[in-house]
Design a protein around this ligand. Structure first.
Ligand code: GTP
Ligand code: MG
Length: 137
């Protein structure tokens, strides 16, 4: 597929990096299919990250992701999922490559600036979590 889903997480929003992150995403050749600013309730954040329910960091993750405003977006580019994950870098910013979005803007392993879908299937599920079919054009 040529689509992926991203969120600019509460740390990057609070630290004033949203503009720079969106600028970088566009400069890397992604088209913004859909975009909104919103805030997740703890319940919604828990639902979004349900796959991590049994992990020790789940509570922390849900509390962080519902702690502030986020930007959610569907992005389009050839090979979108893999290409976007390369652009954001490793989950832990300490291990992320120079120049990646997490290296530049993340705070810590838990507060790592951006989300990127890990498969075409999850990209479609996650995009539809935030956007109706009519909003995805
Ligand atoms: P996402 O794009 O956000 O899904 O990150 P990822 O695919 O690189 O990592 P993963 O799906 O494994 O984990 C989801 C999110 O949980 C990460 O982005 C982190 O924000 C958080 N996370 C992962 N591991 C830890 C951890 O050990 N401690 C804490 N506090 N948070 C973690
Ligand atoms: Mg993930």
């Amino acid at each position: 597929s040529n689509r992926t889903f991203t969120m600019i997480k509460p740390d990057a929003m609070k630290n004033g990096h949203a503009g720079a992150i969106l600028d970088r995403i566009i400069k890397e050749g992604f088209r913004i299919v859909a975009l909104k600013q919103t805030k997740l309730s703890a319940e919604k954040a828990g639902e979004f990250y349900a796959v991590h329910k049994e992990r020790p960091f789940y509570g922390e993750l849900v509390s962080f992701m519902s702690s502030g405003i986020i930007i959610a977006a569907i992005l389009e580019k050839e090979n979108a999922v893999a290409s976007f994950r390369k652009l954001i870098g490793a989950t832990n910013p300490a291990q992320a490559e120079e120049g990646t979005i997490r290296k530049l803007f993340a705070t810590s392993l838990g507060e790592n600036a951006v989300h990127g879908s890990d498969s075409d299937e999850n990209a479609a599920i996650e995009g539809s979590f935030f956007f109706s079919g009519l909003e995805q054009f």
